[in-house]
Design a protein around this ligand. Structure first.
Ligand SMILES: [Zn+2]
Ligand SMILES: [Zn+2]
Length: 83
């Protein structure tokens, strides 16, 4: 089991496994979203992801309303948690 949390600890989650690759995306939208030269991406199966606490604090930002990438973050501390 792999555990994680946001910076302030209000949101905690666990996931059974990371089945795919982990990579750094250097596209312009990831660079802007992270305020850095790249964003590290990790993919997990949604069915194996479980929030331990704070799921209600997760907020979403859709770059293109109706479709496209959803960027989710903690509404208390701003930590990016999901793309
Ligand atoms: Zn937080
Ligand atoms: Zn990207």
């Amino acid at each position: 089991m792999i555990n994680g949390s946001c910076l302030c600890g209000a949101i905690e989650y666990e996931v059974e496994e990371i089945p795919g690759k982990i990579y750094n995306c250097h596209c312009s939208q990831c660079r802007k979203s992270h305020g850095a030269a790249f964003a590290t991406q990790v993919f997990a199966r949604g069915a194996t992801l479980r929030f331990i606490k704070g799921e209600e604090l997760l907020k979403e930002y859709r770059q293109v309303p109706g479709h496209g990438v959803i960027r989710a973050f903690c509404s208390k501390c701003g930590s990016r948690l999901m793309n």
